[in-house]
Design a protein around this ligand. Structure first.
Ligand SMILES: CN(C)C(=N)NCCC[C@H](N)C(=O)O
Length: 304
Protein backbone atom coordinates (compact mmCIF):
# COMPACT_ATOMS: atom_id res chain seq x y z
CA UNK A 1 0.00 0.00 0.00
CA UNK A 2 1.45 3.38 -0.89
CA UNK A 3 1.48 5.98 1.82
CA UNK A 4 0.79 9.70 1.47
CA UNK A 5 3.84 11.94 1.45
CA UNK A 6 2.19 14.69 3.34
CA UNK A 7 2.81 16.83 6.34
CA UNK A 8 -0.36 17.95 8.06
CA UNK A 9 0.58 21.32 9.48
CA UNK A 10 -2.44 23.15 10.84
CA UNK A 11 -2.18 26.59 9.35
CA UNK A 12 -1.73 28.82 11.24
CA UNK A 13 -0.22 26.72 14.02
CA UNK A 14 -2.55 27.17 17.02
CA UNK A 15 -1.33 29.03 20.10
CA UNK A 16 -0.20 26.70 22.88
CA UNK A 17 -2.88 25.80 25.40
CA UNK A 18 -2.37 27.02 28.95
CA UNK A 19 0.56 25.24 30.56
CA UNK A 20 2.29 24.39 27.28
CA UNK A 21 5.17 26.35 25.78
CA UNK A 22 6.89 25.83 22.44
CA UNK A 23 10.65 26.16 22.97
CA UNK A 24 13.12 27.15 20.32
CA UNK A 25 15.26 24.23 19.19
CA UNK A 26 18.50 23.85 17.27
CA UNK A 27 18.79 20.57 15.43
CA UNK A 28 21.42 18.72 13.39
CA UNK A 29 20.18 16.81 10.36
CA UNK A 30 21.76 14.98 7.41
CA UNK A 31 20.13 14.85 3.97
CA UNK A 32 19.79 11.14 3.04
CA UNK A 33 21.48 11.46 -0.36
CA UNK A 34 23.15 8.07 0.04
CA UNK A 35 20.30 6.35 1.85
CA UNK A 36 19.73 2.67 1.12
CA UNK A 37 19.58 -0.57 3.07
CA UNK A 38 22.69 -2.53 2.16
CA UNK A 39 23.25 -4.39 5.46
CA UNK A 40 21.12 -5.56 8.36
CA UNK A 41 21.86 -4.42 11.90
CA UNK A 42 18.30 -4.18 13.22
CA UNK A 43 15.10 -6.16 12.65
CA UNK A 44 13.56 -3.48 10.41
CA UNK A 45 16.30 -3.65 7.76
CA UNK A 46 15.81 -5.99 4.77
CA UNK A 47 18.69 -5.52 2.31
CA UNK A 48 16.84 -7.57 -0.33
CA UNK A 49 13.96 -5.10 -0.35
CA UNK A 50 14.38 -2.15 -2.75
CA UNK A 51 14.70 1.37 -1.38
CA UNK A 52 13.96 4.67 -3.06
CA UNK A 53 16.58 7.29 -2.22
CA UNK A 54 14.68 10.13 -3.93
CA UNK A 55 11.61 9.33 -1.84
CA UNK A 56 13.71 9.23 1.33
CA UNK A 57 15.12 12.68 0.49
CA UNK A 58 11.65 14.08 -0.26
CA UNK A 59 10.21 12.79 3.00
CA UNK A 60 13.22 14.01 4.96
CA UNK A 61 12.86 17.43 3.32
CA UNK A 62 9.31 17.70 4.67
CA UNK A 63 10.58 17.16 8.19
CA UNK A 64 13.41 19.64 7.67
CA UNK A 65 11.07 22.30 6.29
CA UNK A 66 8.55 21.76 9.07
CA UNK A 67 11.19 22.45 11.71
CA UNK A 68 11.99 25.74 9.99
CA UNK A 69 8.32 26.60 9.72
CA UNK A 70 7.99 26.05 13.45
CA UNK A 71 10.79 28.55 14.00
CA UNK A 72 13.54 26.08 14.88
CA UNK A 73 17.11 26.19 13.54
CA UNK A 74 18.45 23.32 11.48
CA UNK A 75 22.16 22.70 10.90
CA UNK A 76 23.29 20.21 8.28
CA UNK A 77 26.16 17.75 8.21
CA UNK A 78 27.33 16.55 4.78
CA UNK A 79 26.28 12.97 4.01
CA UNK A 80 29.19 10.59 3.37
CA UNK A 81 29.02 8.08 0.56
CA UNK A 82 29.10 4.54 1.91
CA UNK A 83 27.34 5.50 5.16
CA UNK A 84 23.63 5.14 4.34
CA UNK A 85 22.63 5.38 8.03
CA UNK A 86 24.17 8.81 8.52
CA UNK A 87 20.71 10.35 8.06
CA UNK A 88 19.96 9.14 11.61
CA UNK A 89 21.82 11.99 13.25
CA UNK A 90 20.37 11.21 16.68
CA UNK A 91 23.10 8.57 16.84
CA UNK A 92 25.77 11.13 15.97
CA UNK A 93 26.29 12.34 19.53
CA UNK A 94 24.69 13.65 22.69
CA UNK A 95 24.97 17.38 23.19
CA UNK A 96 24.33 19.36 26.35
CA UNK A 97 25.64 22.79 27.33
CA UNK A 98 27.70 23.11 24.17
CA UNK A 99 29.55 19.87 24.84
CA UNK A 100 29.26 16.88 22.48
CA UNK A 101 29.80 13.33 23.72
CA UNK A 102 30.91 11.54 20.56
CA UNK A 103 29.40 8.12 19.70
CA UNK A 104 31.19 4.80 19.47
CA UNK A 105 28.99 2.65 17.28
CA UNK A 106 28.13 -0.94 18.14
CA UNK A 107 28.47 -2.13 14.53
CA UNK A 108 31.43 -1.68 12.21
CA UNK A 109 29.08 -0.61 9.39
CA UNK A 110 28.48 2.72 11.17
CA UNK A 111 31.86 3.19 12.83
CA UNK A 112 33.08 5.64 10.17
CA UNK A 113 30.30 8.09 10.99
CA UNK A 114 31.77 8.90 14.41
CA UNK A 115 34.81 10.90 13.23
CA UNK A 116 32.65 12.81 10.75
CA UNK A 117 30.27 13.87 13.52
CA UNK A 118 33.20 14.71 15.84
CA UNK A 119 34.75 16.92 13.13
CA UNK A 120 31.43 18.65 12.59
CA UNK A 121 31.07 19.39 16.30
CA UNK A 122 34.61 20.76 16.54
CA UNK A 123 34.13 22.96 13.47
CA UNK A 124 30.88 24.21 15.00
CA UNK A 125 32.60 25.31 18.20
CA UNK A 126 31.42 22.48 20.44
CA UNK A 127 33.67 20.88 23.04
CA UNK A 128 34.00 17.24 22.11
CA UNK A 129 34.51 14.29 24.43
CA UNK A 130 35.78 11.10 22.80
CA UNK A 131 34.18 8.00 24.33
CA UNK A 132 35.80 4.92 25.82
CA UNK A 133 32.52 3.05 25.81
CA UNK A 134 30.13 1.89 23.10
CA UNK A 135 27.31 4.41 22.88
CA UNK A 136 24.91 5.55 20.16
CA UNK A 137 24.29 9.11 21.21
CA UNK A 138 20.83 10.54 21.58
CA UNK A 139 19.38 7.29 20.27
CA UNK A 140 20.00 5.92 23.78
CA UNK A 141 20.39 9.06 25.91
CA UNK A 142 17.42 11.32 26.49
CA UNK A 143 17.54 14.48 28.57
CA UNK A 144 14.41 14.90 30.67
CA UNK A 145 14.63 17.99 32.82
CA UNK A 146 18.05 17.62 34.45
CA UNK A 147 18.16 13.84 34.29
CA UNK A 148 19.57 11.65 31.56
CA UNK A 149 17.48 8.57 30.79
CA UNK A 150 19.87 6.00 29.31
CA UNK A 151 18.95 2.86 27.41
CA UNK A 152 20.86 -0.39 27.17
CA UNK A 153 20.22 -3.94 26.01
CA UNK A 154 20.99 -3.69 22.31
CA UNK A 155 23.37 -0.82 21.49
CA UNK A 156 24.82 1.47 24.18
CA UNK A 157 26.48 -0.37 27.05
CA UNK A 158 25.84 0.04 30.76
CA UNK A 159 29.40 1.38 31.06
CA UNK A 160 28.49 4.20 28.70
CA UNK A 161 25.81 5.23 31.20
CA UNK A 162 28.49 5.79 33.80
CA UNK A 163 30.61 7.61 31.24
CA UNK A 164 27.84 9.93 30.08
CA UNK A 165 27.09 10.79 33.73
CA UNK A 166 30.74 11.74 34.26
CA UNK A 167 30.86 13.79 31.07
CA UNK A 168 27.82 15.90 31.91
CA UNK A 169 27.74 15.70 35.72
CA UNK A 170 24.07 14.75 35.73
CA UNK A 171 21.98 12.02 37.22
CA UNK A 172 21.69 9.03 34.88
CA UNK A 173 18.82 6.58 35.10
CA UNK A 174 19.57 3.28 33.34
CA UNK A 175 16.73 1.49 31.58
CA UNK A 176 16.82 -1.99 30.04
CA UNK A 177 15.30 -2.50 26.61
CA UNK A 178 14.08 -6.05 25.94
CA UNK A 179 12.35 -6.06 22.54
CA UNK A 180 14.73 -6.10 19.54
CA UNK A 181 12.32 -3.95 17.49
CA UNK A 182 12.89 -1.17 20.01
CA UNK A 183 16.65 -1.31 20.10
CA UNK A 184 17.29 2.35 20.90
CA UNK A 185 15.70 4.23 23.78
CA UNK A 186 14.24 6.82 21.42
CA UNK A 187 11.99 4.17 19.89
CA UNK A 188 10.38 3.50 23.26
CA UNK A 189 10.33 6.89 25.02
CA UNK A 190 9.36 10.28 23.72
CA UNK A 191 10.40 13.30 25.76
CA UNK A 192 7.46 15.67 25.60
CA UNK A 193 8.68 18.52 27.79
CA UNK A 194 12.41 18.70 27.23
CA UNK A 195 12.91 21.27 30.00
CA UNK A 196 11.37 21.41 33.45
CA UNK A 197 8.09 23.20 33.06
CA UNK A 198 7.72 25.11 36.30
CA UNK A 199 10.23 27.82 35.39
CA UNK A 200 8.57 28.16 32.00
CA UNK A 201 4.98 28.44 33.14
CA UNK A 202 4.39 24.82 32.12
CA UNK A 203 3.60 21.66 34.04
CA UNK A 204 5.58 21.04 37.22
CA UNK A 205 7.90 18.44 35.81
CA UNK A 206 9.12 17.39 32.41
CA UNK A 207 6.96 14.59 31.11
CA UNK A 208 7.39 11.67 28.76
CA UNK A 209 5.39 9.13 26.77
CA UNK A 210 6.57 5.52 26.69
CA UNK A 211 5.88 2.03 25.51
CA UNK A 212 5.75 -0.17 28.64
CA UNK A 213 6.33 -3.46 26.78
CA UNK A 214 9.74 -2.31 25.52
CA UNK A 215 11.22 -2.45 29.06
CA UNK A 216 11.96 -5.07 31.66
CA UNK A 217 9.96 -5.08 34.92
CA UNK A 218 12.57 -3.15 36.92
CA UNK A 219 12.79 -0.38 34.33
CA UNK A 220 9.01 -0.15 34.06
CA UNK A 221 8.81 0.28 37.83
CA UNK A 222 11.34 3.15 37.64
CA UNK A 223 9.37 4.87 34.90
CA UNK A 224 6.07 4.47 36.80
CA UNK A 225 7.59 5.97 39.91
CA UNK A 226 9.35 8.87 38.20
CA UNK A 227 6.69 9.74 35.68
CA UNK A 228 3.27 9.10 37.19
CA UNK A 229 1.65 11.38 34.59
CA UNK A 230 3.38 9.84 31.58
CA UNK A 231 1.39 8.97 28.49
CA UNK A 232 1.40 5.17 28.14
CA UNK A 233 1.41 4.37 24.47
CA UNK A 234 -0.32 1.31 23.01
CA UNK A 235 1.66 -1.44 21.29
CA UNK A 236 0.01 -0.58 17.96
CA UNK A 237 1.41 2.97 18.10
CA UNK A 238 4.80 1.85 19.36
CA UNK A 239 5.08 -0.70 16.56
CA UNK A 240 4.87 2.05 13.92
CA UNK A 241 7.62 4.06 15.65
CA UNK A 242 5.04 6.45 17.10
CA UNK A 243 7.34 7.27 20.00
CA UNK A 244 10.19 8.18 17.72
CA UNK A 245 9.01 11.76 17.73
CA UNK A 246 10.35 15.27 18.33
CA UNK A 247 8.71 17.68 20.75
CA UNK A 248 9.39 21.33 21.46
CA UNK A 249 7.13 21.22 24.49
CA UNK A 250 4.00 21.99 22.49
CA UNK A 251 4.37 20.83 18.88
CA UNK A 252 5.05 17.09 18.73
CA UNK A 253 6.09 15.71 15.36
CA UNK A 254 4.89 12.12 15.01
CA UNK A 255 4.25 9.39 12.48
CA UNK A 256 0.82 9.56 10.79
CA UNK A 257 0.35 5.90 11.65
CA UNK A 258 0.40 6.54 15.39
CA UNK A 259 -3.25 7.58 15.50
CA UNK A 260 -3.88 6.58 19.13
CA UNK A 261 -0.84 8.51 20.33
CA UNK A 262 -1.95 11.51 18.29
CA UNK A 263 -5.28 11.51 20.15
CA UNK A 264 -3.58 11.12 23.54
CA UNK A 265 -1.32 14.09 22.79
CA UNK A 266 -4.24 16.29 21.79
CA UNK A 267 -6.10 15.40 24.99
CA UNK A 268 -3.09 16.59 27.00
CA UNK A 269 -2.92 19.94 25.20
CA UNK A 270 -0.01 19.19 22.85
CA UNK A 271 -0.16 19.91 19.15
CA UNK A 272 0.68 16.72 17.23
CA UNK A 273 1.84 17.24 13.64
CA UNK A 274 2.30 14.20 11.42
CA UNK A 275 5.18 13.63 9.02
CA UNK A 276 5.50 10.43 7.02
CA UNK A 277 9.03 8.97 6.95
CA UNK A 278 7.99 5.53 5.67
CA UNK A 279 11.08 5.19 3.46
CA UNK A 280 13.47 5.90 6.32
CA UNK A 281 11.63 3.36 8.44
CA UNK A 282 13.11 0.73 6.10
CA UNK A 283 16.45 1.48 7.77
CA UNK A 284 14.87 1.23 11.21
CA UNK A 285 14.64 4.92 11.95
CA UNK A 286 12.02 7.62 12.20
CA UNK A 287 11.52 11.28 13.03
CA UNK A 288 13.60 11.44 16.21
CA UNK A 289 16.38 9.36 14.68
CA UNK A 290 16.78 12.01 11.97
CA UNK A 291 17.03 14.78 14.57
CA UNK A 292 19.89 15.53 16.96
CA UNK A 293 19.31 18.33 19.42
CA UNK A 294 22.18 20.81 19.77
CA UNK A 295 21.89 22.19 23.28
CA UNK A 296 23.93 25.30 23.87
CA UNK A 297 24.70 26.69 27.31
CA UNK A 298 21.41 27.03 29.18
CA UNK A 299 21.45 30.84 29.37
CA UNK A 300 21.11 31.13 25.63
CA UNK A 301 17.89 29.11 25.46
CA UNK A 302 15.24 31.32 23.94
CA UNK A 303 11.54 30.58 24.02
CA UNK A 304 9.71 30.62 20.70
C1 LIG B 1 15.25 5.47 16.36
N1 LIG B 1 16.51 4.92 16.22
C2 LIG B 1 16.50 3.55 16.27
C3 LIG B 1 17.63 5.66 16.06
N2 LIG B 1 17.95 6.45 16.91
N3 LIG B 1 18.39 5.47 14.98
C4 LIG B 1 18.11 4.69 13.85
C5 LIG B 1 19.31 3.94 13.41
C6 LIG B 1 19.05 3.04 12.23
C7 LIG B 1 20.27 2.31 11.76
N4 LIG B 1 19.97 1.51 10.61
C8 LIG B 1 20.86 1.43 12.83
O1 LIG B 1 20.41 0.31 12.97
O2 LIG B 1 21.76 1.86 13.55
Amino acid sequence: MSTPETVTVPSPIPEPAEGRTAHHRRYLMCRPEHFTVSYKINPWMEPAKPTDTAKAVAQWQMLHDLYLELGHEVELIDPLEGFPDMVYTANGGFVIDGRAYVPKFRFVERAGEAPAFADWFRAGGFDTVEPEEVNEGEGDFLLVGDTILAGTGFRSTGDSHREVGEVFGREVVSLNLIDPRFYHLDTAISVLDPVEGAANGGPERANIAYLPGAFDDASRAILEERFPDAILVADADGAVFGLNSASDGYNVIISPRATGFEKQLRERGYNPITVDLSELLLGGGGIKCCTLELRAARDSEVDA
